[in-house]
Ligand binder design. Structure first.
Ligand SMILES: NC(=O)c1ccc[n+]([C@@H]2O[C@H](COP(=O)([O-])OP(=O)(O)OC[C@H]3O[C@@H](n4cnc5c(N)ncnc54)[C@H](O)[C@@H]3O)[C@@H](O)[C@H]2O)c1
Length: 470
């Protein structure tokens, strides 16, 4: 079997570990089936922590790796920092051997290492792969033949090969540890590190599709890597979808998110036209959704947020430039979606004006700073942009969010505000519904508010002259 390269005297270092190395796929699968396989998950955030709990609930002994000591301590103390994850879930995982650590030496003892670290954009809308690179450098001294390394972080096609495999190969050269790239006909022998990409398709706040029911796409560097990853994921997910390469799996994830970004932009644009034409866009979408084929409903809103939809498409835009290619749909969708907070701000200004209230000094309460309903995540949230826009107009802005008693400052915002109790709704000139958390009782809010601007169609069942939908 052809492997990456390299032989060297500095063999073994920490890499021999305590776990017997597997040399065949049959052995690997047996370790998964018997639950002897130890799983290491790097990055214990919104993706990595739920994944940890899923593996643990299926009987795997999981070790979580993170650079954030506070998170590691919190978990080892049996507590949680993600709203929908209860301390009982952490305790149940601990009972099955889960522990968190900042010490990457323990990577040597893992059979599978799944990387779930952030992949944001830089200020110039270029991919920031520094977290992935740092992680791969950190594990490189400890990886060994027979181990499976999977990148789950969303990224452009080519990352697994160009970054993960490259760094592991360079570091492995000093230790005689190779990334395995076997010829297509070889499916059984394992004599190197198995590397794959498997995109994370988690949908926070989605209570309808259990995570294990979301099929897991897997693309390995060779057939044994794909099969080993499918065996592992197949033990916790109902279905795995093997594809021919890591790049195919990377592109699959981007297609899914670009599809959403483009369709959301389309419906956001049509909303603006519908408002001018006096047509209710939500009624239109609901009617179109009755078509049994060829249409999937997307709903307008105040803009897009979260770690994925506003970010991921631009990974492809950036990579496409290497091929002299312009991703026009992605850019246009990005522009329309990014303009939505300004559009919402203008609707608030118009609604205040119609009431004879000057925007300068107007008291506006923004309901919901999370980027979508019932999540405790405000990354890229359009609410933050809307608040800044309203402040720019001279409005006196407050917010309410049951998930965020306080909002300080982040990379792109500096609010330094505290959540205003809903009992004070009547004190405001305008209440803007930016995020439709299910805790909000819309009837009560509309009854008490002087004016409601609704960017989520959250008041669709309420008739009131106080409501302006946008
Ligand atoms: N959040 C989602 O809904 C979602 C859905 C699908 C895909 N994704 C993708 O999954 C990846 C992770 O996203 P997330 O939302 O979980 O991010 P997150 O910020 O919630 O969590 C990332 C974790 O990685 C840790 N980390 C950072 N650098 C590290 C390092 N060098 N070593 C170890 N740990 C490190 C951070 O401390 C943090 O705990 C991203 O690529 C994202 O695009 C996220």
């Amino acid at each position: 079997m052809a492997t990456g390269n390299i032989e060297d005297s500095e063999q073994a270092l920490a890499n021999s570990g305590t776990v017997p190395s597997v040399t065949t796929l049959t052995e690997w699968k047996a370790r998964v089936q018997s639950r002897e396989a130890r799983v290491g998950i790097i990055g214990l955030g919104y993706v990595g922590l739920p994944l940890t709990l899923l593996f643990s609930s299926e009987g795997f002994r999981v070790t979580g790796f993170d650079v954030d000591e506070k998170k590691v301590d919190t978990l080892n103390n049996g507590a949680s920092y993600i709203w929908r994850i209860e301390p009982e879930h952490i305790a149940a995982a601990q009972a099955k051997g889960f522990r968190a650590t900042t010490d990457f030496k323990d990577i040597a003892e893992m059979d599978a290492v799944l990387i779930c670290v952030p992949t944001p954009l830089t200020e110039h809308h270029a991919p920031d792969l520094s977290y992935v690179e740092t992680t791969v450098h950190a594990i490189a001294p400890y990886v060994r033949a027979g181990q499976l390394i999977v990148l789950e972080s969303t990224t452009y096609p080519g990352t697994t090969e160009e970054i993960v495999v490259r760094i592991l190969t360079e570091a492995g050269a000093k230790r005689g540890v190779n990334v395995q790239i076997a010829p297509p006909e070889e499916t059984e022998q394992i004599d190197g590190i198995l590397v794959a990409f498997s995109p994370e398709r988690e949908d926070p706040g989605n209570m309808i599709t259990p995570r294990r029911e979301i099929p897991k796409v897997v693309g390995g560097m060779d057939k044994p890597a794909t099969e080993a990853a499918c065996a592992l994921y197949g033990s916790i997910f109902t279905k795995t979808v093997p594809v021919s390469s890591p790049a195919t799996a990377e592109m699959t994830k981007l297609l899914e998110n670009i599809y959403r970004s483009v369709n959301i932009a389309l419906v956001n644009e049509l909303k603006q036209l519908c408002m001018k034409m006096g047509v209710d866009i939500w009624e239109v979408v609901d009617a179109a959704a009755t078509k049994p084929f060829g249409f999937q409903a997307f709903y307008p809103g105040p803009g897009i947020g979260g770690h994925c939809i506003p970010v991921d498409p631009f990974y492809l835009t950036w990579k496409a430039k290497e091929y002299g290619f312009t991703t026009r749909f992605i850019q246009l969708a990005g522009e329309v979606n990014e303009d939505m907070p300004v559009f919402v701000m203008r609707q608030v200004a118009r609604a205040l004006n119609a009431q004879g209230v000057a925007t300068k000094g107007a008291k506006v309460l923004v309901l919901g700073v999370a980027y979508k309903a019932d999540v405790d995540d405000l990354r890229e949230s359009p609410s933050l942009a809307i608040i800044e826009q309203l402040q720019g107009l001279g409005c006196d802005v407050s917010y309410n969010d049951p998930f965020f008693p306080k909002v300080g400052h982040g990379r792109k915002y500096a609010l330094n505000m505290e959540s205003t109790p809903l009992e004070r709704v009547s004190e405001f000139d305008c209440v803007l519904i930016a995020t439709d958390h299910s805790a909000y009782e819309m009837e009560t809010i509309v009854a008490e508010a002087k004016l409601v601007v609704d960017s989520r169609n959250a008041t669709r069942h309420i008739q009131s002259p106080k409501i302006v939908r946008c």
